[in-house]
Design a protein around this ligand. Structure first.
Ligand code: UGY
Ligand code: MN
Length: 304
């Protein structure tokens, strides 16, 4: 057999190198793109991952039937690839995905409302209070006396039971909405509230390292609150909580591990969690950026 010519050798070695490059990539063998390699998110709008989550690692994206969602007796993890939207009754041009309802065992509802152009909200049932929190876009809230407030990302509004109001959206907006049949107490009444997370003071968290803000007053008329909790990577809940209160959680930023009962779940921004009363619960923040989650918690009412 004659010696292979130099040009053939060069062609062969070039082919081999490019094949290895293709397989190895520059991070090593079979390297899957890491969620941590996300482009620098400082150029993105606040809470951008809530409405554009990493639906699943790219090498699992097209795996039929793959989901991280779980439903158990005392908890549920609802991840974005499981959302089922349908027109919200009484709302105009708005798609809703109910994520937590009394059918799961809760005394409240939690849903995502995707408002499209020229959309308008409907009212909740009588005696039902509502809290809306904007995670994308902007809406205009108008109350019965005609006063309007523009709510942008990170803003919220609390509407007392039987409080006439309407939300209008010209472009698009995504809201997370909590509604609950108000637990009337003596002659207490709640007030209409409009605010934004960044204007709420940090509260003491004795024995814990996370930063805590609350969106509603702690006073007796309010039968629930919304906690905004921030963890730096590596920080975790000190107390492995087990309490009579129930939770609806939306992870707004970051990623980590949520322990619920005897299960441990990797979670990321966009994930929603239902926690029934007494479910053991614990969180640890991972990754390169802070974790921030929004948490519904019933308060101020005797559990009997
Ligand atoms: N799972 C939680 O983050 N729970 C809150 N720390 C709470 O119950 O207040
Ligand atoms: Mn808790």
């Amino acid at each position: 057999m004659q010696n292979p010519s130099l040009p053939r050798l060069l062609l062969l070695s070039f082919t081999l190198i490019s094949v290895f490059n293709l397989v190895l990539g520059d991070e090593g063998f079979c390297s899957a793109p890491s969620i941590l390699d996300q482009t620098d998110s400082s150029s993105k709008p606040l809470y951008w991952k809530v409405t554009s989550p990493t639906l699943s690692p790219s090498h699992l994206q097209d795996l039929p039937g793959f989901t991280r969602s779980v439903y158990r007796r005392d908890h549920a993890l609802i991840t974005p690839e499981s959302h089922v939207f349908s027109p919200l009754p009484d709302w105009t041009n708005t798609l809703g995905a109910y994520l937590i309802t009394p059918a799961i065992g809760s005394h409240f509802v939690m849903y995502l409302a995707k408002m499209q152009e020229n959309s308008r909200s409907g009212l909740p049932p009588n005696d039902v209070e509502r809290l809306i929190f904007v995670t994308q876009g902007a809406v205009t809230l108008t109350n019965s006396s005609g006063i309007s407030n523009k709510l942008v990302v990170d803003s919220y509004a609390y509407l007392p039971p039987n409080f006439d109001h309407s939300l209008k959206c010209d472009g698009s907006a995504t809201l997370v909405v909590f509604e609950r049949r108000y637990a009337f107490l003596d002659n207490h009444i709640t007030e209409h509230i409009v605010g934004s997370t960044d204007k709420q003071p940090l509260l003491e968290t004795p024995g814990e390292v996370f930063e805590l803000r609350k969106l509603l007053p702690a006073s007796m008329p309010y039968d629930f609150n919304i906690h905004i909790m921030d963890f730096q990577p590596g920080e975790f809940l000190n107390v492995k909580e087990l309490h009579y209160n129930q939770h609806g959680l939306l992870l707004l930023e970051g990623l980590g591990i949520y322990r619920l009962g005897d299960s441990w779940y990797p979670v990321q921004a966009g994930d929603v969690i239902w926690m029934a009363p007494f479910v053991p619960q614990w969180y640890a923040a991972l990754g390169k950026t802070r974790s921030r989650y929004l948490l519904y918690k019933d308060v101020n009412r005797n559990p009997l």
